[in-house]
Design a protein around this ligand. Structure first.
Ligand code: SF4
Ligand code: SF4
Length: 478
């Protein structure tokens, strides 16, 4: 008889009251564990890690029929949760990248920004007067590229980015008009979005964006004393007093879509509960997304080890509040956890951390294609340009290296198909290498993802309608 080994890297258990739920790592699926499977797993985990199937059957003799035990072992083996040492299923090869996978472009319409936030990571940032601006011809070529490279996909999206994108509103208007005309000709719908610092919003701008259903995200960091720490004018003044009234006006006037706040969480401002409360409950944003900064900034701005822990602890508290509200059908507007719910609900088994290079590319002010908005202005090689098209060989080579991380330092991590190695830009900022795992806080990431899995399992068990119908139907949990 062959020895069996529990493949702990492929399973993660969640307890929900009396129920034990299995998170199956290779497929990111949730299964209810029956009593016998629980007992077999416990036996292999705690009593006889080196047992063979005969020993397992003998252990349960008198309590479970041999056929039932063998059936449970067979099921666990089929799920790759147990295997003879060295006989684990080989990892599937990376699927080919479809030729029409592009669905989103980020356009860097200007490198200029009217603020000088102390934590800005943009290598190409300038003042508005010195800005390099994407030309109308290159912007139109970018729209055409997106139409061409998106194949049969009917919905495509354009995100305007900068610098501060509203410093080049005239180009944004031209792009929207051109995209809507070309969309009508090609039976495609464009979805527009933008992250803005909010300083240039007025009723005319708000109404224009509203009439084209822009998805808006406003960069705000929290209450005045937190926001003003880093979000300052070129002259060094805090911008809360300017931004907050404009945000109130925006939220009062904007009808087409919910508006979110994007928070950069840096050293010295780690009370994420207070930040969320201010932005969601006092200012009235529909949702708040937190971006903790751990790399790429002067050390005085990056979160230190203890601060990262504090931030994650606060995020977990917010996540459980999200669960409590979700069970009674309410949404507290915390996008970090709601995005994870979407990932788990769609059943995506990630091989790479995000769509950068695959479904999404960014266009810099010169028209070069970059991995994502964070890499515009970055010396890392691009992936073609709007005139000549996507350099597919480069994209393939990049994605191959990204996927290879799953065989390296992330291979035994239970979060590997949700985190998939972490953000390329964060790795680049910290290690000078986009493929380096973001291993300085992996334990916190795993804990955060474990929290998300437990919350997801709880919501699916007790109020599944809250998350809507999964787009993938391979959930095994009720
Ligand atoms: S980066 Fe860390 S947390 Fe993410 S998959 Fe790799 S080992 Fe796991
Ligand atoms: S590389 Fe990082 S910043 Fe860029 S799209 Fe991916 S997760 Fe986002």
């Amino acid at each position: 008889m062959t020895q069996l080994r529990l493949r702990t890297e492929n399973l993660h258990e969640v307890s929900l009251g009396q129920r034990r739920v299995l998170f199956h790592v290779p497929t990111t699926s949730l299964f209810d564990l029956d009593d016998l499977s629980c007992q077999v797993l416990d036996f292999l985990r705690h009593e006889r890690p080196e047992a063979d199937s005969t020993a397992v059957v003998e252990h349960f003799h008198g309590r479970h029929a041999a056929a039932d035990v063998l059936e449970a072992l067979g099921e666990l083996e089929a799920l790759d949760l147990i295997a003879a040492p060295g006989l684990a299923k080989p990892r599937a090869a990376r699927p080919p990248i479809p030729k029409d996978s592009l669905s989103a472009l980020v356009l860097n319409v200007s490198t200029g920004c009217n603020l000088a936030c102390s934590y800005c990571y943009k290598e190409d940032l300038t003042s508005p007067a010195a800005a390099r601006r994407l030309s109308p011809a290159k912007a139109a070529a970018a729209v055409d590229l997106l139409l061409r490279e998106s194949g049969r996909q009917q919905r495509v999206s354009i995100t305007f980015f900068g610098g501060e994108p509203l410093t080049n509103l005239s180009l944004i208007r031209q792009v929207v008009a051109y995209a809507e005309r070309r969309g009508a000709e090609t039976a495609k719908t464009f979805d527009f979005s933008m992250t803005t610092n909010g300083t240039l919003l007025d009723d005319t701008v708000i109404d224009y964006l509203d009439s084209h259903r822009f998805g808006l995200s406003i960069s705000m960091d929290g209450p005045r004393e937190v926001h003003d720490r880093n979000r300052r004018t070129i002259g060094g003044r805090g911008t809360y007093a300017v931004v907050a009234p404009k945000v109130r006006r925006l939220l009062e006037r904007y009808r087409s879509r919910p508006v979110g706040a994007r928070v950069t969480v840096t050293a010295g401002a780690v009370d994420v509960l207070a930040i969320h409360r201010h932005l969601k409950d006092e200012l009235g944003f529909a949702e708040v997304g937190l971006a903790p900064v751990t790399a790429g900034l002067p050390s005085g701005l990056c979160l230190g080890d203890d601060e990262i822990k504090t931030v994650f602890a606060g995020m977990k508290t917010l996540a459980w509040r999200y669960r409590d509200a979700a069970l009674s059908g309410r949404d507290i507007g915390f996008s970090n956890i709601s995005q994870m719910m979407t990932t788990l609900h769609e059943g995506n088994t990630k091989l790479v951390p995000c769509g950068a290079g695959l479904s999404m590319l960014a266009v810099d002010a010169e028209g070069e294609l970059k991995l994502c908005h964070r890499f515009t202005g970055n010396p890392l090689d691009g992936f073609g340009d709007v005139a000549t098209g996507i350099d597919r060989a480069r994209v393939e080579a990049f994605i191959d290296r990204a996927v290879a991380r799953a065989d390296g330092s992330c291979a035994s991590c239970r979060a590997r198909h949700v985190c998939a190695g972490g953000c390329y830009h964060e790795a680049y900022a910290r290690h000078g290498d986009p493929f380096h795992p973001t291993d300085h806080y992996c334990e916190l990431i795993r804990d955060w993802i474990d929290t998300g899995i437990a919350i997801y399992a709880d919501i699916m068990a007790n109020n599944p309608g809250f998350l809507g119908q999964p787009r993938s139907s391979r959930r095994n949990i009720a």
